[in-house]
Design a protein around this ligand. Sequence first.
Ligand code: PMP
Length: 384
Amino acid sequence: MSTPYDWIDRSLDSIHKANWYRSTQTVSSKAGAIANIDGREMLMFASNNYLGLAGDRRLIDAAIAATERYGTGSTGSRLVTGHLALHEELETAIADLKNTEAALVFSSGYLANLGTISAIAGQRDLILGDEYNHSCLKKGALMSGATAIDYRHVDLDDLATKLKQHRGNYRRCLITTDSVFSMDGDLAPLQAIMDLAATYECMVLVDEAHGTGIFGDRGGGLTNALGIQQDLIQVGTLSKALGSLGGYVAGSAKLIDYLRNRAATWIYTTGLSPADTGAAMTAVTIVKSDHERRQQLWQNVAMVKQGLQNLGMSAIAFDSPIIAIAVGDIPETMHIAKHLRDHGIFAPAIRPPTVPTARIRITLMATHTKEQIQALLACLAQKA
Ligand code: PMP
C-alpha cells in the first residue's frame, strides 16, 4: 500500500544514484589535533577549530561556570525570559573585538545570516552576492524576497557591470560576501567591494565566519586587518576559531536595535545556552591577547605552503588556514583521500557538485605540531 511518504524512498534512491549521498562519521574524543573517528585514532586536518580553543581547558571551565550560575538552558526567547547578563557581556566583548558600536548574538552563524539578510532586504530590493558565498547567505537572500543575483567569484568587473545594469531598478541594494571562502580558502577583495558599494549606494554584509580570530592584531577579522572604515554589517560565528557555538552580527547601534525588532531567527528562538555563551566569552578574551596562538597558525600555513611547493603540488590559495589542494580529477582525488584515510589522516575530498573542481581540502590549527604536519606532507608525497 502506498503512503504519503513513499517519495522519500525515491528521493534517497536518486541521491544514491547520483553519488551525492552523505553520511556522518562519529567522533568520540575531545576536539583537538588527534581525533577518534569511528573508533580509530586519526590526525585531524578537517576541523574549523583553527586556534585549538574548542578543547581548551579555559573554555571548558567557563562553560561549566556559566552552567553552574545560569543553568543548562536560557529558558526562552531573548525578548521574553532568555536574555542573560552573560549575553550582554558577550555582545559588548564582540563589539569591542570587531570595533563596532554594538553586536547581537544568535544561536548559530547560519541563523545570524538568515535573520539579518531577511530583515534588511525585501521585495523591492536587490542583493548581489559572490557566487561562492556560503549557503546561509544565499538562503537569507531567498528568505528576504529580494531579487538575488550572483556575481562571478571575486570578480569586481562583473560586480560593477551588474551594479550598473540593475542598481537603478531597486529601492535598496545589499552586496554580500564571505571574507574567507570556505571551500577555496581565498579572500574577498573587501576594500574594492566597499568602494563600489559607496559609488552605487549599497549596503555591504561580510561574513567573517572563517576570518574571526584569524586576521587582525586582536583577531577582529579581515575587515579589521584591512582597516576598513566605512559602515558595514559584519556577521560571524562563534563555532570556528572561537571554539564554541553561536553566531553574531556586529555593526552600528541602530542596526542592532533594528535587528532586535525584526530578525525572526533571533526573536522567535531560545537564547544561546549559558555554556556556549560562557565559552565564547572566554574565547573572545583569549583571541584578543593571544597573538602567539595566531602566529603559530600562520606558521603552520607557511609550512604547508612550502611543503606542497616542494612536492610540486598546487593549492587554490594559501591565504587562510583553509587549503584546497588540487591533486587531479575526481577519481584521483578520491584515491588520494582514501590513501590519507588509510594512513590515519582525516582530510576529505570535496568534489563537484559541491565545488567546481575536485580537491583535498585541509584545514590547519594552531595546535598542529610540526611532526603532525610533516606526517601529512609525507603521506601526500607518496602520491605526488
Ligand atoms: N558562514 C560560513 C562562511 C560558514 O562556513 C559557516 C559554517 N560552515 C557558516 C556561516 C555557519 O556558521 P554556523 O556553523 O555557526 O552556523
